[in-house]
Write a protein that binds this ligand. Structure first.
Ligand SMILES: Nc1ncnc2c1ncn2[C@@H]1O[C@H](COP(=O)(O)OP(=O)(O)OP(=O)(O)O)[C@@H](O)[C@H]1O
Length: 242
């Protein structure tokens, strides 16, 4: 077990964004989190990464209780997230955007630049190293966000809708990269609406509905689960099986 949530709850006023969520992630696996809008997926990522503190419950990462640990220390230990809306420093180069992220965790600028360059090449942005991030098209910004996370050399990478807004041909290399990262030993947790990619990548799928776990299991079983079809997959469930 590399990540475990036990009975995690988080409310905003009277709204229970997370309501007693328990689940476990095995190392070297891909765990997808799906569910309708407002189900609590983003909040789940925020409490795992430490941007928000749960009201109750416990979060363990790599054998340690990190429930009260600040975000930067979780990231330094290898628990890293990406954001759905990417906000790069527009005037800085692609390299500097990633090096700034890496630099918070590495001792020297030289190490940060090396880690950043490696991550940028890995995501396929090598040709844009010196270009201002503000000039990147939307698809490349997604790659930049992924590079910022990879430069931290995560053990567990939390990916927030990294495929959203991309065309099928733009998705393809990213899906391949994620599969490669898993094969190399990284653990991935992804919030994703793109069901064919979820079905292809995920070892396990967690389904959230109104802050609670509706179902958890292997992708094929989840895609057949009548409760999941009713709550989320609906008419697209045939596509999901593809
Ligand atoms: N900071 C906040 N303050 C108040 N309510 C919030 C806050 N963050 C989230 N919520 C509410 O908590 C619920 C869960 O939101 P969350 O963003 O986690 O869902 P989601 O599954 O990520 O949705 P989506 O698929 O639309 O991104 C929603 O009803 C949302 O309006």
């Amino acid at each position: 077990m590399i990540l475990r949530l036990t009975d995690v709850s988080k409310a905003f006023g009277g709204l229970r964004a997370l309501d007693g969520v328990t689940f476990e992630v095995e190392p070297r696996t891909v765990h997808a989190v799906i569910g309708p809008n407002g189900a609590g997926k983003t909040t789940l990522f925020s409490v795992i990464s430490g941007e928000q503190r749960p009201d109750s419950g416990r979060i363990e990462f790599d054998g340690q209780d990190v429930t009260a640990r600040p975000t930067h220390l979780r990231a330094r230990a290898g628990l890293v997230r990406t954001f759905q809306l990417t906000r790069p420093f527009a005037a800085l180069s692609v390299l500097d955007n990633v090096a700034v992220a890496a630099g918070a965790h590495l001792r020297t600028r030289k190490e940060a630049v090396a880690a950043a360059t490696e991550a940028i090449e890995r995501v396929g942005l090598g040709a844009y190293l010196e270009r201002p991030a503000g000039e990147l098209p939307a698809a490349a910004r997604k790659q930049l966000e992924l590079a910022r996370a990879l430069a931290l050399r995560p053990k567990v990478l939390l990916l927030d809708e990294v495929l959203a807004g991309l065309t099928a041909s733009e998705r393809e290399p990213l899906v391949t990269l994620l599969a490669d990262l898993r094969a190399e030993g990284m653990t991935l947790v992804l919030v994703e609406h793109v069901m064919p990619a979820v079905m292809r990548l995920a070892d396990r799928v967690l389904v959230l509905e109104r802050g609670s776990v509706l179902a958890e299991g292997e992708p094929a079983a989840i895609a057949r689960d009548p409760r999941v079809i009713a709550a989320y997959l609906g008419e697209n469930s045939d596509d999901a099986l593809a």
